[in-house]
Design a protein around this ligand. Structure first.
Ligand SMILES: *[C@@H]1O[C@H](CO)[C@@H](O)[C@H](O)[C@H]1NC(C)=O
Ligand SMILES: *[C@@H]1O[C@H](CO)[C@@H](O)[C@H](O)[C@H]1NC(C)=O
Length: 318
């Protein structure tokens, strides 16, 4: 394979320890054609790598974890990452095939492209992740006419995702059995978004875009179909309910059980074991059994390793 001068030149300046990870969440986990369309777009850029994906039929939600590098100018400001183009193209594919008005699922959501979060990896910093979050937010707001709310390090005052979601009604299901169906919000938003219009398209909804340190996602199945008990346990485990600090939870209905979906915001301080133990204890008080939880993604170390392996495999192939 022959490289022209610019490609070779660029390759020299790419520092593969300045990496960003993007987690891209869409409100679709069932329609294979849609999932394929989004993935095809993600794979069409050889400089961005899908290191993992997670589809959940009951949640009707999917997540793609992508990694690439970030480049700086001579003053150290981030100026380019191949992730920007890939992520915006994935959003376009998602908006073209997901209609929130026809969507239903067990996981809350406000948008067809519900959440995009950037994490710094290896030697990259939060500033770079926040720069990319804001660049993608501007593109999505302007190109697709979708209201975008920035959060955490991408927000001017660091406003957190759960707070914005709560203000917008994210956690309120509109169908019995704790299901979210169709558009569940007024068409004119109660707050001005950071990018895009204040009037929402019911088909596309709202997108949340943020930057923050690594979040571990850990789900614990409860062997009961009683969602009110699952939600009670979820609340007691969460920081908000006076449980474990830095832990956020959601009680979710599954096919023949329920599940506590946990976001561990400081996984090195309060890890999955602590959460598992507390859930088991609280469930036992309700006379319920709990299964061992599962992680829905790799650790940051494994993600970096997978990325390095995938790009070096391609470099050495003829
Ligand atoms: C590796 O190369 C193949 C074929 O050229 C391409 O389809 C794929 O997207 C590349 N993957 C990465 C991680 O660069
Ligand atoms: C709530 O759910 C129903 C489906 O049962 C849907 O038709 C409707 O548009 C949704 N939104 C509101 C605001 O009721």
């Amino acid at each position: 394979m022959a490289f022209n001068y610019t490609a070779k030149d660029k390759k020299k300046t790419v520092d593969q320890s300045m990496l960003l990870c993007c987690k891209f969440f869409i409100s679709e986990g069932r329609n294979i054609a849609t999932l394929d369309a989004v993935e095809r777009v993600a794979r069409s850029n050889p400089e961005t790598v899908i290191v993992n994906k997670f589809h959940d039929r009951t949640y009707n939600r999917a997540r793609y974890s992508l990694v690439s590098y970030v480049l700086h100018d001579c003053t150290g400001n981030a100026i380019y990452s191949p992730l920007q183009q890939t992520v915006v193209a994935m959003a376009e594919a998602a908006f073209n095939s997901i209609n929130l008005e026809l969507h239903d699922g067990a996981h809350p959501r406000l948008g067809a492209v519900d959440d995009i979060v950037f994490h710094p990896l290896a030697r990259a910093s939060m500033d770079e992740a926040a720069w990319l979050a804001k660049a993608v937010a501007a593109d999505i707001g302007n190109q697709f006419n979708v209201p975008v709310f920035l959060y955490a390090a991408a927000h001017p005052t660091g406003k957190e995702l759960d707070k914005i979601r709560r203000e917008l009604g994210y956690y309120r299901p509109n169908v019995t059995g704790f299901q979210w169906a169709g558009w569940t919000m007024p068409d004119i938003l109660p707050q001005t978004p950071d990018e895009g219009p204040i009037v929402v398209s019911r088909a596309r909804g709202i997108s949340m875009i943020g930057a923050r340190s690594w979040v571990t996602l850990y789900n614990i199945p409860i062997l009961s179909t009683d969602i009110s008990v699952a939600r009670k346990i979820a609340r007691k485990v969460s920081a908000r309910g006076g449980g474990l600090p830095t832990v956020q939870t959601l009680g979710i209905v599954c096919e023949d059980s329920t599940e506590i979906a946990c976001m561990l915001l400081e996984p090195n301080q309060i890890g999955a074991d602590r959460v598992q133990n507390l859930v088991e204890m609280l469930a036992a008080q309700e006379g319920l059994d709990v299964e061992k939880g599962y992680f829905t993604d790799f650790s940051p170390e494994m993600i970096i390793e997978k990325y390095m392996n995938l790009i070096s495999a391609n470099r050495s192939s003829p």
